[in-house]
Design a protein around this ligand. Structure first.
Ligand code: BV8
Length: 232
């Protein structure tokens, strides 16, 4: 495989599955137990904030107790050892990439271990439960504290930076994502238009599988380390 100068990696819930975190659309996934409209939209938060906060309090507890797996470690090794630029864009809100050593990382859908004040926009690390009684230390208002997570209908973070990276990359790797949620699911097209080689690493073909030049199917902890070794 030729040496690639600029690599963009997109990751999804399938990367964290073998660390013990539920995915969204697998048979016993998160969306089989909750409706997006009830727990992952701004309307749901204004309609029933306690229900939304409870959904994320449960997920924050499970995210705080898990460890990176061999796939996260392999991706951090690629970033450290590869001579070119490696950017990881994750849809995941867990901290597993950074725990494995990733540094050049964008959490496009936010982070479960941060809180955001809906009134003033203040953000800070937060590992405990959130409740509507919590008073914001910046604007002193209560009732607006939410997880720093991008809900459906909200603009993902750092989209300009991501678009620039996709437009300049020569290798785009998509790992552990079903390719159902936009704009992330459209990144492969942006990379192709930039002339990049595109590879999908997933348990099974994603919804966008036919858009990739190459596909490798299997469990992330097996196929990602092998693929990284091939690249290095
Ligand atoms: C936007 C954070 C507009 C929260 C998430 C109607 C109204 C509003 C919007 C829309 C609409 N219709 C369509 C849209 C657009 C919408 C969208 O795409 N909807 C889909 C459902 C059709 N998108 C949005 O709303 C986005 N925002 O459009 O804004 C806008 C424009 C301008 C100005 C302002 C606004 C925002 C989307 C972000 C929503 N937030 N997450 C949270 O986590 O609770 S999305 C959520 O889905 C997660 O981030 C998750 O990462 C993401 C994608 O899921 P995946 O990661 O792919 O996980 P999934 O379970 O689906 O798949 C796992 C894969 O792994 C599977 O393929 C499986 O085979 C594989 N796997 C499993 N185990 C393994 C494995 N692979 C390897 N090894 C294993 N062991």
């Amino acid at each position: 495989m030729p040496v690639h100068e600029r690599i963009v990696i997109l990751t999804g819930a399938g990367l964290s599955a073998e660390s013990g975190l539920s995915t969204f659309r697998d048979k016993d996934g998160i969306w089989s137990r909750h409706r997006i409209e009830d727990v992952a939209t701004p309307e749901a938060f204004s309609r029933d904030p306690e229900r939304v906060l409870e959904f994320y309090n449960t997920r924050r507890k499970s995210a705080a107790g898990v460890k990176p797996n061999a796939a996260h470690v392999a991706l951090a090794k690629l970033e450290q050892e590869h001579p070119g630029e490696v950017l990881t864009v994750t849809q995941n809100i867990d901290p597993l990439h950074e725990m494995a050593g990733a540094r050049n990382l964008i959490h496009m859908h936010g982070e479960i271990l941060k809180k955001l004040c809906a009134y003033c926009g203040a953000k800070e690390p937060w590992e405990d439960d959130l409740s509507t009684e919590l008073v914001c230390r910046t604007c002193n208002k209560a009732g607006g504290m939410r997880p720093d997570v991008v809900w459906f209908g909200e603009m993902p973070y750092q989209m300009e930076e991501i678009a620039l990276a996709l437009g300049a990359c020569d290798l785009f790797i998509s790992i552990g994502t079903s390719g159902t949620v936009y704009p992330a699911a459209g990144f492969v097209m942006e990379a192709r238009n930039a002339g990049a080689h595109t590879v999908e690493l997933n348990l099974e073909p994603s919804e966008g599988a036919t858009l990739f030049a190459k596909a490798i199917h299997g469990k992330a902890t097996e196929i990602v380390p092998a693929f990284v070794d091939e690249l290095l």
